[in-house]
Design a binder for this molecule. Sequence first.
Ligand code: ARG
Length: 457
Amino acid sequence: MKSLWGGRFSEKQNDFFFQFNESFSFDMRLAEVDIIGSKAYAKGLQQRGIFTETELTAVLGGLDELLHDIQSQPEILAKALNEGYEDVHSFVEYQLTQRVGDLGKKLHTGRSRNDQVATDLRLYLRGELDATVDLIQKLQKTLAHMANEHPQTVMPGYTHLQKAQPILFAHYLLSYYEMLKRDASRLLDARRRLNILPLGSGALSGNSMGVDRHFLAAELGFEGITANSLDAVSDRDFAVEFMSGASLGMVHLSRLAEDLILYCSDEFRFVRMGDQVSTGSSLMPQKKNPDALELIRGKSGRVVGNLMALLTVLKGLPSCYNKDLQEDKEALFDSLDTYKASLRVMSLVLETMTVNEERMATEAEKAYMNATDLADYFVGKGMAFREAHHLVGEIVLDAIKSGRSLSELTLADYQKFSNLVDNDVYHALEIMAVLRKKSSIGGTSPEQVQAALQGLS
Ligand code: ARG
């Protein structure tokens, strides 16, 4: 066992407890940021006379060498799994000491794993958050591109999953664009609070070596330093905020997945999934299943679950660092990996999906989805909306009985209900006329959708 402690113990640690306690198996992914943070800290120590210039050069050289080794042969970490490291911090210090000798043992002067791990996590998550935002924005671009390719494609719009009013397919796609836009901005907002440096807080009460925390922050690209050491070592709000943003992001992906699962079913036939992202059945030769989307929908559950897990870990913690906090990592990493993978797969699904424009257009003509427009027509002739609503309800009931659409009713049929109806009613009921009327900002009229596409940011 290669621990960073031991002097006050007389018995060896129980092997099974070692396994229970270790975090190297999952925090090894912090190795690079741990080294980067250590380089900055070594410079801070040199400013305080803990290292001479020459010693600092040697320590930085050793850390760079280790960084290079890990980057060029990532398998080093997996190989080190059975070498008895308690955590990634023990690994880095041990490896450094192997390379530069006893000098490596000075690196931890005034530092605690408590401010170190808090710093590592922020550094790591900062990079991963940026990568996540890139993936969200890539998916937004895919949605916008598809919307641009379908300026006139109509589809049924649903409420309660019942056909409600016709909409443009582009308008539908842009609704998810908006959700994703908020998802990215939520993460970027969280980034502002994440990008504050806890290093120099010591174990809980501060750093006794007088390291210049502003210097450390500047070295590591942080926008500021934490104000209270007790808070700094146990603050995991940044992880909660990311995981909460990821949860909501996954909820949006899950809703899109749910739509598309329905839309690719034989009942809808609005879209066809690409073979690249579908699977077959071991028994039924004809099957093609949208597993990619089902997995995204399913994985949203674990991302929400991870958020609950971390909140629950945090809620009972007494002040400052407690080992419970080690439980933050697997939940956070899992949410991160799952969210990023889901964003990638969703992009792939959309890029390989075929849109059945004809089928959507046919379905958009059904189910009396222009009934509101008939009511609006009566309103245009001076009738109060509530009366028009009732009257159109009666007309629809009558049309259902004879199995006809509103456009198929004759003028005589209409005039049995009201003599306000004229030949111009047929134009008002046409799907494009219906769409054009939804011209409020944010509505589905072709003009508004064009404006929305042009104004995308
Ligand atoms: N592996 C620990 C964690 O993830 C590192 C910090 C340990 N600190 C301590 N005082 N034991 O939280």
